[in-house]
Design a protein around this ligand. Structure first.
Ligand code: PEP
Length: 249
């Protein structure tokens, strides 16, 4: 089964609604005929304007986080339905910055995944190891555990809808990218994990993104690897020209 390549941007805590609207208009002009899917995860306050600007373009707008409950006494949180109402089509879940700075556990991320799927929001599940874990040679064990706990209770059909982003923590925002060989090795491991847990159809359908200091000058080599279906791009997605170059490369 052919997987359609996907380039996703993660703006983190950058850009206002107006900036998002201008960016989406400019990006749509810069990449009118991309054969790759284009996703942009924007701050909550920019969702509505970004989604309006993206109408009639190939750009999908999404959020960077959500709560697993639909409503309740969760001050400062946001639900899947609120995101959808604002125009989100997908949501990042379990980004390492959420795990690191806000203590998100695999169990919490698992509940969010179930919720996103039941509310028809496409989830992008982020997983990755720290530098210490890589140096201790436990990368595969760490990732298997994250996958097992985050995907727990999802059947093969649901798992096939999930996008998984492998983001080694040592490569995020550091300028240090995993080599294509390192990334491919991990992506192969993830696909093998999915094969054993959910069968061939799910394993072959799941789109696997690499994230960690992706730039215009390293995307082409990463995309040549058979199990890398796209990229999750932080810093380089904040500028129209550099993000467009990555999409078109
Ligand atoms: C990210 O935020 O998911 C990311 C990969 O950031 P950067 O591309 O800046 O390393």
């Amino acid at each position: 089964m052919a997987r359609i390549p996907l380039i996703a941007g993660n703006w983190k805590m950058y850009k206002t609604g107006r900036e998002a609207r201008e960016f989406v208009h400019a990006l749509a002009k810069a990449v009118p005929e991309s054969s790759r899917r284009i996703y942009l995860s924007v701050p909550f306050t920019a969702l509505e304007e970004a989604a309006q600007a993206a109408q009639g373009t190939p750009i999908f707008i999404g959020a960077q986080n959500m709560h697993d409950q639909l409503e309740g006494a969760f001050t400062g949180e946001i639900s899947a339905r609120m995101l959808k109402e604002a125009g989100a089509q997908f949501v990042l879940l379990g980004h390492s910055e959420r795990r690191q700075h806000f203590g998100e556990s695999n169990a919490f991320i698992n509940r969010k995944l179930h919720r996103a799927l039941s509310e028809n929001l496409i989830p992008i599940l982020c997983i990755g190891e720290t530098l210490v874990e890589r140096e201790q040679n436990v990368t595969q064990r760490v990732l298997s555990r994250q996958l097992e706990e985050c995907l727990s209770g999802l059947d093969a059909h649901s798992i096939a809808q999930v996008i998984i982003a492998y983001e080694p923590i040592w490569a995020i925002g550091t300028g240090r990218t995993a080599t294509p060989a390192i990334a491919q090795d991990v992506h192969r491991h993830i696909r093998q994990f999915l094969l054993h847990s959910s069968g061939n159809k799910a394993a072959e359908s799941v789109c696997l993104l690499y994230g960690g200091s992706v730039k215009a000058d390293n995307i082409a080599d990463l995309m040549k690897e058979p199990d890398i279906d796209g990229a999750l791009v932080g810093g380089a997605s904040l500028d129209v020209a550099s993000f467009a170059q990555i999409i078109l490369n």
